[in-house]
Design a protein around this ligand. Structure first.
Ligand code: 4AD
Ligand code: MG
Length: 480
């Protein structure tokens, strides 16, 4: 008999029919005469109840139905007599597909800590929380592609192995096929990369932007959505060594167009989740409220998960220059009382996440876009403003997250860009392909990068970035 997914069965349209359901046992309870099995197959957050009349089955079969076991059940879908569910399956036939070794199965029907579940990331999909998170991750990824597709962008797969450091932060994983015990050296003792696989020094990409720019300067509108890698040694709840980034790049667009696009894009994807993932969101909303209620009052965010998402849809993002932001921070209470770990002394200071969160959560109480940053704290490709001090950069800051998007208008003037590269010690010859777009038919253009997992944090209410990617890579951890 053909299997019907639990999501389908729960609609109730098949009530009265004989059905086949397959899944993993979440719990089994009941008496000597009847057992109630909560079965989940991951197609939705809800379980279906399977009612097992003990007299119809041998003791051995009943014993093997334990938490974590996979079973196949054929029976009638009937209206449930108990409360809590509309329909249930009255088991006629049960096949045990895979036993779960009850003495060793790590996921018992009780609350497990997130830390423990990270240790068993290969099994954590089987919890309500993680199955909801990963269904939402799929929907969010789909929404990203749908948004750009509808707007006429072309998806561009930029390379994962590159020779450049787009962000200039030097946080790159090396790519080589050298025998590390016997690396060829040049006469002056350096590594002889001409003997390496690519005959040059290569690394895993930190951003697809530079290549996306090349595409935009012919196709007008492109976006990348791929993995990026950084050896950033920050063991925080918002950093990964491997994360997914979405990077649109648009020709004939300035910084204002860029800010408009960022706001429209974030709203579209958040709204998509509100419209398409209600069951999972309801579950995560409750979870979020439960965790918040256990925090000390001054650490609570003050609004629910769904409420926060709706707030973003209804309120324009506040746009302020870096200079205005610094003034606000300088005069803020935590700065005056030296409560910030990094006290803001003067214009030019890099904003830390404590400052970003103060601006968003305490001062403006809405998403904020900060733009026109000092040139020397931003990357080489950002367009120089007329004041010669700042560049047309923008960061979008979100409540509870801090920086969710970083972007800029790009320096399209060949002479200015060349000077910038000299100042930043970037060898021109290695980047001649990038400079060619400024040599031949250059145009103003802009783009940004959204950290996909940061947006996932926002729409799931999860508090650690390790819990919104299936198998997180962080300093000291590349298991699974
Ligand atoms: O601000 P970033 O470094 O900007 C760029 O890479 C540009 N090339 C983007 C562009 O203009 N096309 O990174 C962009 C975003 C950040 O705002 C943040 O959301 C995310 O990527 N991000 C990280 N997410 C998780 N773990 C990390 N280590 C991250 N580093 C950046
Ligand atoms: Mg940034």
């Amino acid at each position: 008999m053909k299997r019907t997914e639990i999501k389908e069965l729960l609609k109730g349209e098949k009530t009265g029919e004989s059905v086949c359901v397959k899944g993993w046992v979440r719990t089994k309870r009941g008496s000597k005469n009847v057992a109630f099995v909560a079965l989940n197959d991951g197609t939705c957050i809800h379980n279906i109840q399977v009612v097992v009349d003990a007299q119809k089955f041998d003791e051995d079969t009943l014993k093997r139905i334990t938490t974590g076991a996979s079973i196949s059940v054929v029976g009638d879908l009937i209206e449930s007599q108990g409360s809590g569910q509309k329909v249930e399956v009255a088991a006629g036939d049960i096949e045990i597909l895979g036993e779960a070794d009850p003495d060793n199965y790590p996921l018992q029907p009780k609350k497990h800590s997130m830390e423990f579940l990270r240790e068993i990331a290969h099994l954590r999909f089987r919890t309500n929380t993680f199955s909801a998170v990963f269904r939402i991750r799929h929907a969010l990824s789909f929404a990203v592609h749908e948004f750009f597709h509808k707007k006429g962008f072309n998806s561009l797969h930029t390379p994962i192995i590159t020779g450049s450091d787009a962000e200039g932060a030097g946080e790159m994983f090396k790519v080589t096929n050298f025998d590390l015990k016997n690396v060829p050296l040049t006469e002056d003792g350096g590594v002889d990369y001409s003997k390496d696989f690519f005959e040059s020094e290569t690394n895993l990409t930190v951003s697809g932007q530079l290549e996306a720019e090349l595409g935009a300067l012919a196709l007008s509108k492109v976006y990348t959505f791929g993995p990026t890698f950084r050896t950033e040694n920050s063991n925080t709840s918002r950093h990964l060594a491997e994360f997914w980034m979405i990077e649109p790049e648009v020709a004939f667009a300035d910084l204002n167009d860029n800010m408009d696009l960022a706001q429209e894009f974030l709203r579209y994807t958040i709204n998509y989740i509100l419209e398409h993932c209600q069951d999972d969101l309801q579950f995560l909303d409750k979870r979020f409220a439960d965790i918040e209620s256990k925090k000390p009052k001054n650490e609570r965010s003050g609004s629910g998960l769904i409420e926060k998402m709706e707030f973003v849809l209804q309120n324009d993002f506040k746009r302020v220059t870096y200079t205005e932001a610094i003034d606000i921070l300088k005069n803020s209470k935590p700065n005056k009382k030296k409560k910030f770990q990094y006290v803001i002394e003067e214009w030019g200071a890099d904003l830390q996440s404590e400052h970003e969160r103060y601006l968003v959560e305490k001062h403006f109480k809405c998403p904020v876009i900060i733009y026109d940053y000092p040139a020397n704290i931003k990357a080489f490709y950002m367009r120089q403003n007329d004041d010669d001090k700042t560049v047309a950069a923008m960061d979008v800051l979100f409540p509870g997250i801090g920086e969710i998007i970083g972007g800029s208008q790009r320096e399209e003037r060949l002479d200015v860009l060349k000077k910038k590269m000299t100042d930043f010690n970037i060898p021109e010859d290695e980047m001649s392909w990038y400079l060619d777009t400024r040599r031949f038919g250059t145009v103003p253009h802009s783009g940004f990068g959204l950290g996909f997992e940061r947006l996932m944090l926002f729409v799931t209410g999860m508090s650690n970035i390790r819990d919104v990617i299936a198998f997180p890579r962080t300093p000291g951890n590349a298991r699974f």
